[in-house]
Design a protein around this ligand. Structure first.
Ligand SMILES: Cc1cc2nc3c(=O)[nH]c(=O)nc-3n(C[C@H](O)[C@H](O)[C@H](O)COP(=O)(O)O)c2cc1C
Length: 329
């Protein structure tokens, strides 16, 4: 094999491995609203708008965050395979669903941090219950704040009990309203997988406990089981963990994509140190509640994710993803 074709072969394997890895990014209700294509020395990441939540996410904000998480995963995987990614976000105004293109740039050898992040891509899981009563070190939270900042977003740990109470109350209110709304319920149910389902998207019944232990204050989970007796056994961990908000200065598609990159950077870094995250994004799907949060709690910045970080010994959920063939075009 000539030097040129050997280089081409290595490049192609790195790009394929990056796409393979990107499938494992988190996405709202595990909708996996993305497609990838590899052409020459370029990977394209496109939004699959057929997978957008019409009720909970009419603007496509959560879809873009999910795709942003896939973008960070592509970047990390390319680095792990020895290439510095050259990224263009929203490169073509005439093709709005083309969210980003990546080219493998200069050869690089991944440092320890990049390798650690890369190792978490398939291992990381969303947690949907309380946490063990094990503190999350302040130093790690500081690192997560810096990880989000590196992607142009802000992660703010919410420490004041009054602010934590307010976020929990808003989450209960949003969950209460959504659970009375037939359109929301039908949408959540559409993305909940019944026990034993062979679907490769949606939230598996093993992904949440049948009877979650309440945290104090209580941050309710989404009702994926809705009137069914679904859900795993779950554990009895009651800890709240560290509540945090991910915000951006603006609220356009570029901001949402960078919020997604920040989210995945933060999640992979946390996972590398044994810390998991639970999400409570119901409030952010209701325009008035989101605006209230923006003004009253986020100093005018736009809230993109509400999370709790903690340690758990209970996560044994098997993750499901669409096949490589299904997500490549
Ligand atoms: C924008 C966004 C919003 C999310 N909101 C919630 C949520 O409100 N509740 C929840 O349990 N999980 C939420 N998730 C997590 C997804 O359900 C999860 O990523 C998906 O099911 C895949 O599972 P995994 O993260 O374990 O791989 C959210 C993820 C994203 C990217």
């Amino acid at each position: 094999m000539s030097i040129r074709s050997a280089r081409q072969h290595t490049l192609e394997s790195a790009m394929e491995a990056a796409v393979e890895a990107a499938r494992w990014a988190p996405s709202v209700h595990n909708t996996q609203p993305w497609t990838f294509s590899v052409s020459g020395e370029e990977i394209s990441l496109k939004a699959d708008t057929d997978r957008k939540l019409r009720v909970g996410d009419a603007s496509g904000r959560e879809l873009s965050i999910s795709c942003g998480a896939a973008l960070f995963t592509l970047r990390t995987a390319l680095r792990c395979h020895g290439y510095e990614p050259v990224v263009r976000v929203l490169p073509d105004p005439d093709r709005p669903s083309l969210l980003a293109t990546l080219r493998p740039g200069a050869e690089t050898s991944p440092d320890e941090t990049v390798r650690l992040l890369g190792e978490q891509i398939e291992r990381r899981r969303t947690h949907r219950a309380g946490f063990a009563e094990v503190p999350v070190p302040d130093r790690l939270i500081d690192r997560l704040v810096r990880a989000a900042a590196a992607e142009g977003a802000e992660l703010t740990p919410v420490r004041a009990p009054a602010a934590v109470d307010m976020l929990a109350s808003l989450t209960r209110a949003a969950q209460g309203v959504q659970s009375q709304d037939r359109r929301f319920n039908l949408e959540v149910i559409r993305w909940a997988r019944p026990p034993g389902s062979s679907r490769d998207d949606g939230v598996p019944a093993t992904g949440y406990p049948r009877h979650a232990v309440r945290t104090d204050p209580d941050f309710p989970q989404r009702d994926y089981a809705w009137r069914h007796d679904w859900g795993g056994e779950g554990g009895a961990e009651p800890g709240l963990g560290v509540v945090a908000l991910l915000t951006t200065a603006g609220d356009g598609r570029e901001d949402w994509i960078s919020a997604g990159e920040a989210l995945q950077h933060v999640l992979l870094h946390a996972a590398a140190y044994g810390v998991s995250a639970a999400f409570h994004t119901q409030v952010l799907e209701m325009e008035l509640l989101r605006e209230f949060l923006r003004v009253e709690v986020c100093s005018g910045r736009y809230p993109q994710m509400i999370m709790r970080f903690g340690v758990t010994f209970d996560d044994d959920t098997a993750a499901v993803r669409r096949s490589l063939a299904d997500v490549t075009r």
